[in-house]
Design a protein around this ligand. Structure first.
Ligand code: ZN
Length: 224
């Protein structure tokens, strides 16, 4: 397969979408469009704390519910068009999360990239893996880099990159993770099916493996 212009990752929370999107960005020159990060930055922006819309969206975000689709759609569509016009290839790790968002993005993909240049990568993991990985994850308070639980990282108290304090995200409380899994089944999965039904190619990758192995599995599809 020739290198696609757009890659969209789907998979349960903790399946490694963000990590693998970063790898594609680094090795194949994609721009990593991380919707979760964009939303988090927007809702936790102190300058916008009093904005009633931001207040509402921050509450959804912090309690593990999906943000208002039309609000997310606007942000994602606008930014996608800007990147397309700038000639960038994109990798998505957090969009589309809902069917309306998928329908909106589909139009942008079709018009600005061409459907044959779009690829879905589904990272397949069990629900138990999703819950375990998420409840053991921490992020750096300062640079927001996530630190995945492993033998090497479990005793760290500070960020290996910048020295900031490692904290658990409110999002990673087990009850909230279960809620996110439910939302994924109800909304993200139908989005993936919709895009597939419209003729976008999809590959399925075993996400239970180590991140390095998953990256190689993905890359092997580009080098054929
Ligand atoms: Zn840091």
């Amino acid at each position: 397969m020739i290198l696609p212009k757009v890659v969209i990752f789907f998979g349960l929370p903790g399946s490694g979408k963000g990590t693998q999107a970063d790898v594609l960005a680094k090795h194949f020159g994609f721009f990593h469009f991380d919707t979760g990060k964009e939303i988090e930055k927007t809702v936790h922006n102190p300058a916008k704390r009093k904005d009633p819309v931001i207040k509402r969206e921050a509450k959804f975000f912090d309690t593990g519910f999906l943000n208002t689709p039309s609000w997310v759609e606007d942000i994602v569509k606008k930014r996608t068009e800007e990147y397309a016009e700038a000639g960038r290839n994109l990798v998505f790790s957090g969009s589309p999360r809902t069917l309306p968002e998928a329908k909106g993005l589909f139009k942008v993909f079709k018009k600005l990239f061409g459907l044959k240049n779009v690829l879905i990568i589904f990272l397949d993991i069990d629900e138990e893996t999703s819950i375990f990985r998420n409840s053991h994850r921490r992020v750096c308070h300062d640079c927001r880099i996530p630190v995945i639980w492993s033998k090497e990282t479990k005793d760290l108290t500070h960020c290996p990159y910048c020295g900031g304090k490692l904290v658990k995200r409110i999002l990673d409380n087990p009850q909230i993770i279960k809620e996110r899994i439910k939302e994924y089944r109800k909304k993200s999965e139908p989005s993936m099916k919709f895009l597939k039904s419209k003729g976008i190619k999809m590959i399925c990758i075993d996400g239970e493996k180590y991140p390095e192995v998953v990256s190689k599995d993905i890359a092997s599809h580009f080098n054929k």
